[in-house]
Ligand binder design. Structure first.
Ligand SMILES: *[C@@H]1O[C@H](CO)[C@@H](O)[C@H](O)[C@H]1NC(C)=O
Ligand SMILES: *[C@@H]1O[C@H](CO)[C@@H](O)[C@H](O)[C@H]1NC(C)=O
Ligand SMILES: *[C@@H]1O[C@H](CO)[C@@H](O)[C@H](O)[C@H]1NC(C)=O
Ligand SMILES: *[C@@H]1O[C@H](CO)[C@@H](O)[C@H](O)[C@H]1NC(C)=O
Length: 349
């Protein structure tokens, strides 16, 4: 076609369809079009330009969770010795690329340096250590942390409190105390309790409801529950099968009824590897189900997937023989799961 012909064609098309209805271009576009806040990914800046470009694409992601850089062992490896350089890189990346940060995490029993876990501190001292940590970390990033996972994984599978230096020394009060400090240090951040295996509507689900009520009973603000959603599309040695959509919605509503938001914070949906075309189709359906459950519940404000590519997922290293859990494959090609997730976000019922 000659250039002038092209212009004529475009002009004609333009008169007929002045503003062609344009579908959303990506996951985050679709999510915002549905009136929700964000789609995020866990992010490790490891110098892989292809992966980084996917995470940067604003059509798909308007939020990220730093995978490791804000964890206690990374950021306060020695008592009152803060190493902010790595976390600062993520803050700068967020500013440059106009992303929200779902900051992660302030008080967690894991990736916790031994000076804390084995320090033998008494109650008052441990509280002061927690206070210093939260004020220094949440305070430094108060303008960039849209959300904070304040307390992470405080529950056992049966819904009782997990044994940890915080629980064993301070008692359950460590949770509301941590939220109080976090709100003082970073008043604009939304504060979350975050855990895994909350999606099955079992005793652990109820345990997290109890935590929300506990924090509220102290007169302290808690803004949301993060459901990690490390799920499996089929039964594997370590998980599954996927809870159905109705169960997921029931779980989400169990929290929103307590006047807090909900977010899927670390979604990956694994399978027994190797992946086959059939398994990839089932995975697409599973992502669709999870997305639909969020969209069915008004206060499900966003979803974060736990990484971009199967090449870098934590799963095969921790659960050998399982994996292929993300939206892009090991060669950073989009999987059917991406389309399933997008379909679930767009679906009106
Ligand atoms: C990114 O990682 C993928 C998967 O390991 C690899 O195939 C690719 O070469 C890497 N790309 C860059 C630009 O480093
Ligand atoms: C602080 O921690 C860093 C990293 O572990 C270490 O290299 C440095 O020596 C520590 N500084 C002090 C004053 O302890
Ligand atoms: C530790 O101190 C806090 C704050 O005073 C209190 O709420 C909590 O019950 C105490 N824990 C124990 C085990 O005494
Ligand atoms: C929940 O806990 C109760 C009491 O400990 C137990 O009887 C019940 O089987 C548990 N339910 C589930 C679904 O695990």
């Amino acid at each position: 076609m000659h250039f002038t012909q092209l212009l004529t064609t475009l002009a004609l098309a333009g008169s007929a369809f002045a503003m062609p209805p344009k579908g959303p271009k990506g996951l985050a576009d679709a999510m915002k079009e549905r009136g929700r806040e964000f789609i995020g990914t866990a992010l490790t800046l490891r110098g892989n330009a292809t992966e980084e470009a996917i995470a940067r694409n604003p059509a798909d992601f308007n939020s990220f969770t730093p995978e490791n850089s804000m964890k206690w062992e990374s950021i306060e490896p020695g008592r009152n010795n803060f190493t902010f350089d790595d976390a600062d890189r993520y803050r700068d990346w967020a500013k440059k690329n106009k992303k929200e940060i779902h900051c992660h995490t302030l008080v967690w029993h894991s990736q916790l340096p031994t000076w804390v876990s084995q320090g033998g501190f008494d109650n008052a001292t441990l509280i002061s250590i927690m206070k210093n940590h939260i004020f220094k970390v949440a305070g430094r990033y108060k303008d960039v942390c849209t959300r904070w996972d304040v307390v992470n994984e405080a529950l056992n599978e049966d819904g009782t409190y997990r044994s940890s230096v915080f629980y064993n020394t301070i008692g359950e009060a460590f949770i509301p105390i941590a939220f109080r400090f976090a709100k003082q240090a970073s008043p604009k951040s939304e504060l979350f309790y975050n855990d895994y295996n909350l999606e099955y509507n079992g005793n652990k689900t109820l345990g997290a409801q109890r935590i929300v009520k506990l924090v509220q009973s102290y007169g302290v603000e808690i803004n949301g529950v993060g459901l990690q959603a490390h799920l499996a599309q089929e039964t594997t040695p370590t998980a599954g099968p996927l809870p159905d959509q109705k169960t997921l919605e029931t779980v989400l509503r169990g929290y929103t009824q307590l006047d807090v938001d909900v977010v899927y914070t670390e979604i990956d949906i694994r399978m027994n590897t190797p992946a086959t075309p059939e398994k990839l189709r089932a995975q697409a359906k599973a992502y669709e189900t999870v997305a639909k459950s969020c969209l069915a519940v008004k206060r499900c404000i966003g979803m974060t997937v736990w990484g971009i590519s199967d090449a870098f997922s934590w799963i095969p290293g921790v659960f050998p023989g399982e994996g292929a859990a993300l939206l892009w494959d090991e060669n950073l090609k989009k999987k059917p799961a991406y389309d399933g997730f997008l379909k679930g976000i767009k679906a009106r019922k």
